[in-house]
Ligand binder design. Structure first.
Ligand SMILES: [Fe+2]
Length: 245
């Protein structure tokens, strides 16, 4: 599908390039993303072909499923950089993490064991189905620890029933939003697309993420970059990805 940019769809104009991606699962074998070295290299090549120059990859940290530590992630990062270099892929690779807000997260925050994006943004996610009772308190704790809370894919949480009201409340609490690019193409369903379009229209998007776990998402991203919805984002929102270069 990537080749369609230059082939049968060349009449379609691609929207602005993003140099930096800040949400993906490219370190092999430590979460539900890439399963092995070959898959990681293929994903990195895919990101390069989409125009990215730098990826800040963000393995899951979740007490019940992915007990990743900074040591595990940094070790994985170093191996990935080495493999990428050997393969001749010109891509700057950094790592942070995507934190699931559970009890374990409190401990990590209090111990100071946090991998943030650019030393500033703490990327977090929650359950898709039920809103954590202490969500506002956790957001407050993140800010108190000196980080800017960055909510991963706000459009995907199905517990959000009053989108405009609830999104505005998060913004009042100092939360920034990272919307998944693939939401605009309907990859996560109609609800997520509607909420992504709403966030775009309201100018509430701060960062755009690939959230790439596997190859299919690279293919769907190449379609999103050709879409009207993608170009519209840049009319209404100040997208900050490339500040992270
Ligand atoms: Fe993710």
């Amino acid at each position: 599908m990537i080749f369609s940019l230059f082939g049968k769809r060349k009449q379609m104009k691609r929207g602005p390039l993003l140099k930096v991606d800040l949400h993906s699962h490219l370190i092999p074998g430590i979460d539900d993303g890439s399963r092995n070295r070959e898959e990681s290299l293929s994903l990195l090549k895919g990101m390069k072909a989409l125009g990215y120059e730098k990826v800040i990859t963000t393995p899951h940290i979740m007490s019940d499923a992915y007990r990743n530590t900074p040591e595990i992630i940094i070790e994985g990062l170093q191996a990935l950089r080495k493999a990428s270099k050997e393969e001749g892929i010109e891509m700057e690779i950094e790592a942070a993490a995507e934190y699931y807000l559970d009890d374990g997260f409190y401990d990590l925050l209090h111990k100071g064991e946090i991998l943030s994006i650019g030393g500033k943004y703490l990327l977090f996610e929650t359950s898709y189905i039920s809103k954590p009772i202490q969500l506002e308190e956790m957001i407050f704790e993140i800010s108190s620890a000196g980080y800017t809370p960055l909510m991963a894919h706000p459009e995907r949480y199905r517990y959000i029933k009053d989108p405009l009201g609830e999104f505005k409340r998060f913004k009042e609490l100092g939360v920034l939003f990272q919307v998944n690019l693939n939401s605009f193409g309907g990859h996560y369903g109609k609800g997520a697309k509607n909420h992504a379009d709403l966030l775009s229209k309201e100018g509430m998007i701060d960062f755009l993420g690939s959230d790439v776990h596997h190859k299919k998402q690279i293919d769907t991203l190449s379609e999103v970059f050709l879409s009207e919805a993608y170009r519209t984002i840049f009319e209404n929102n100040t997208i900050r990805n490339d500040e992270l270069i």
